[in-house]
Design a protein around this ligand. Structure first.
Ligand code: ASP
Length: 438
């Protein structure tokens, strides 16, 4: 029997955790894992990043040129941004509610506080200085940064995704505006290119089960000090609970607004979720998210090719929820009093900070500094605060990245539904769909 991709990935993950634990913790062979197993995961992430820019270019040009008129495009663009802001706002509010209910900061003892903050103080101060670099920019820098002055320069770094999108949109719109005969060969070229890049995603995904095995094995083998992990249990639980509620919100939207089966949606998107979990990077997961949303969830390219790359960069519901919980947890643990207006500040700053977070591992924690500074937490306290949550940041990063990716896919479905651009479920998935609807 042929196993579905998500099962293969899940098995790879489980075996990876086991192998990482046995080799790293039982046999003390963490170096072996780092030298001989981890590279498989690293190669896989590099391959995914390698095709991100070609994929955005081919897919977005094809998407825009398939639109019959430009007003459709501005309609999709406006809706996408608005819905992204709304979902992030909901996520932060859920985070705030949970953390105020559970009060994880009050459950941490002084001894643990001491131990955590001394173990991770160096790593934490690096995050604070990384955030400082980000902050020295003016308020409109975000927008000026989006406009490239050289397309090759922009396409030379995956961190410039928004610049590439900017260029491609301008290109795609111009393509729509020139004579049809002249546009035709260019459009045909990008149609073909798009098929090639999607085939490349398919080929790279053959490696996925082995790659997640390698990624998780090396992560587990490198993890030290599980006790500190447990001390942060209530805090981690609050974040995870909030993230689970957020998944519930997405599924309700899929059921009642998009009118599709939530289980079918989860099945369709699960390989992207599992990769998001294993890589902690929505940018690295993007090629797979696009493939799943188009081929398995039936969102047409006109919508997905714009909504998903933009979402990978600016829509981070999981990150914003985490930032709200972490900010309050740190303030509670360090006895820093917060009033109601501070909670409102968190809603605003966590929304903005998540937009500003890069789609790479650990970025959410850097931007957490911005949220804490908006609350006037003093510099020394800030470093202690970050040190406090450092031990569990990676596993939480893995979880919040899953939500970031699921959020993007959900918004692609919402926008697709609102402009009537979701096709009937793909025949590949049709049997599953019927099964679940019955
Ligand atoms: N790792 C997250 C992502 O790539 C960002 C973060 O919260 O650190 O989506």
């Amino acid at each position: 029997m042929k196993l579905a991709l998500h099962w293969k990935i899940l098995i790879g993950m489980a075996l990876g955790v086991l192998a990482g634990y046995i080799l790293g913790n039982v046999f003390g062979m963490a170096d072996f894992v780092a030298d001989w197993i981890k590279p498989i995961g690293t190669i896989f992430i590099k391959l995914l990043k390698l095709i991100a820019i070609p994929l955005i270019i081919a897919s977005l040009i094809k998407g825009i040129s398939d639109l019959k008129d430009i007003s459709k495009f501005s309609q999709i663009g406006g809706r996408t941004i608005l819905i992204y802001i709304c979902t992030t706002f909901v996520a932060v509010s859920i985070g705030l509610m949970i953390v105020n209910l559970i009060d994880p900061g009050d459950k941490i003892t002084d001894a643990t506080l001491q131990e955590l903050s001394s173990s991770y103080s160096d790593a934490a101060s690096m995050k604070v200085s990384a955030a400082q670099n980000q902050k020295e920019k003016g308020p409109l820098t975000f927008i000026t940064d989006m406009v490239p002055d050289n397309i090759f320069g922009a396409a030379s770094s995956n961190g410039n995704m928004l610049q590439v999108i900017f260029f491609v949109i301008l290109f795609g719109i111009s393509l729509l505006l020139i004579e049809v005969e002249k546009a035709a060969p260019v459009k045909a070229f990008f149609d073909g290119l798009n098929d090639i890049v999607l085939k490349m995603v398919d080929l790279i995904m053959l490696m996925a089960p082995y790659a997640v095995f390698a990624l998780l094995a090396s992560l587990v083998a490198e993890t030290t000090n599980p006790d500190l992990f447990i001390a942060l249990g209530w805090y981690a639980l609050s974040v995870v609970l909030g993230l689970l509620i957020m998944i519930g919100v997405y599924l309700l939207i899929i059921k009642f607004y998009v009118k599709r089966s939530p289980i079918w949606f989860l099945k369709g998107i699960s390989p992207a979720q599992l990769l998001a979990f294993s890589t902690s990077s929505s940018a690295a997961t993007l090629p797979v998210t696009m493939e799943r949303v188009e081929e398995h969830l039936g969102v047409e390219k006109e919508v997905s090719s714009f909504v998903l790359p933009v979402g990978a960069t600016i829509n981070m519901d999981g990150t914003s929820l985490y930032q709200a919980v972490a900010a309050i947890f740190i303030c509670q643990a360090l006895n820093f009093q917060l009033d109601f207006s501070d909670q409102l500040t968190i809603i605003l700053t966590a929304t903005l900070a998540s937009i500003g977070s890069a789609a790479v591992p650990g970025a959410g924690m850097v931007m957490l500094v911005v949220v804490l500074e908006a609350l006037n937490v003093p510099q020394e306290t800030l470093a202690i605060g970050l040190a406090l949550i450092f031990a569990v940041d990676r596993p939480l990063d893995m979880c919040r990245t899953v939500i970031n990716v699921t959020g993007d896919a959900t918004v692609a479905m919402i926008v697709g539904k609102s402009v009537n651009k979701i096709s009937k479920p793909n025949p590949k998935n049709w049997d599953d769909h019927l099964e679940n609807v019955r």
